[in-house]
Ligand binder design. Structure first.
Ligand SMILES: O=P(O)(O)O[C@H]1O[C@H](CO)[C@@H](O)[C@H]1O
Ligand SMILES: O=c1cc[nH]c(=O)[nH]1
Length: 310
């Protein structure tokens, strides 16, 4: 079985770009080079205050998810998997100087929280991508691990996203830049999705599938919930919308995947999202908001690929 790392040395993306050899993380901002110092404000890091290549130059995998507690749990899990427990007494939050995000580094793996929704993950991604660029990282794979609302699938299934779509089922992210709308593609790395799916099949009792993931701006009305403070549609309209979403290939809903896909692909990161699903449609409790989402999702997916990392 090919390791996820060797695949990252030469890969073909759905946008037709073939990468041969080292693939550096790049920024697309002509002003950055002329800046004397780059302060990564929300991460509490900077180019003058920290030796970013020494701290982060060996990073190959970045896993991101909404909740700080979950990303700490994931970091502890990785520490065990990579057998790095003896080297450190406790894992340290690299971003402890800010309470916006948390970040842990375990060997070549970074685990970072991003909060909820597009604006929150977008701020983190701007600063993370600059961090990886300043650290001269290459061949980096980034995976969002999180929870989601499943559509017509077994509760607890893990959806590996091939394409992130918006609320109109379109594979696009509309970024508002000044007073313009700029549309960016949200295709994720299909080869990576396939690879993770194949690995997941090696884990017993691990229901997983590849599908489209819909990204909304809101947890309640945007996802067809009838139990928010506001609700302006009928149960029939909700069910009709979710059925149309299912027909369009959408298998789950969350709140960050479109901007994640758009930014990562533009900056040379191999990217996908792996999301554990609660059932939103055809469930007796379909109108209730899930209460407990603190368990680290889909950690098993990483066991096989990460062990292949030497
Ligand atoms: O499980 P996480 O990563 O927090 O993500 C999902 O959970 C949050 C809503 O409860 C949204 O941010 C959604 O995308
Ligand atoms: O956005 C989300 C996240 C988890 N579960 C949902 O139903 N929606």
């Amino acid at each position: 079985m090919a390791s996820i790392l060797s695949a990252s040395n030469k890969s073909m993306r759905s946008d037709g770009n073939t990468y041969v050899g080292k693939r550096f993380v790049h920024v697309k901002n002509p002003y950055l080079d002329s800046m004397d110092e780059d302060i990564l404000y929300h991460l509490d890091l900077g180019t003058k205050t920290h030796d970013l290549p020494a701290m982060f130059g060996d990073v190959k995998f970045v896993c991101v998810g909404g909740s700080p507690k979950r990303m700490k749990a994931f970091a502890l899990f990785m520490q065990k998997e990579l057998r790095l427990e003896e080297s450190r007494e406790d894992i340290k939050d690299i971003c402890a100087g800010t309470d916006r995000y948390c970040m842990y580094k375990i060997g070549p793996v970074l685990s970072i929280s991003h909060g909820m929704g597009i604006p929150s993950i977008s701020i983190m991604l701007h600063e993370l991508i600059k961090l990886l660029h300043h650290a001269q990282c290459c061949d980096v794979t980034i995976i969002r691990i999180g929870t989601s609302g499943g559509i017509g699938i077994t509760p607890g299934s893990v959806v590996i996203t091939d394409t992130a779509v918006d609320s109109f089922f379109k594979p696009r992210f509309e970024q508002i830049i000044l007073d313009n709308i700029v549309t960016r593609s949200t295709e994720l790395d299909k080869a990576l999705a396939e690879e993770l799916f194949n690995y997941s099949k090696e884990i017993p009792n691990f229901p997983s599938l590849i599908g489209h993931t819909m990204c909304t701006y809101d947890f309640y009305e945007g996802q067809g919930r009838l139990d928010g403070a506001l609700c302006s549609f009928s149960r029939e309209k909700k069910v009709d919308y979710l059925k149309r979403a299912y027909k369009a290939g959408i298998r789950n809903i969350e709140m960050e995947s479109t901007v994640f896909a758009a930014m990562c692909r533009l900056c040379g990161l191999k990217d996908t999202t792996v999301l554990k699903a609660e059932l939103l449609l055809q469930c007796p409790l379909e109108d209730q908001t899930p209460r407990a989402q603190t368990k680290p999702p889909c950690i098993g997916c990483y066991r096989v690929p990460i062990l292949h990392h030497s």
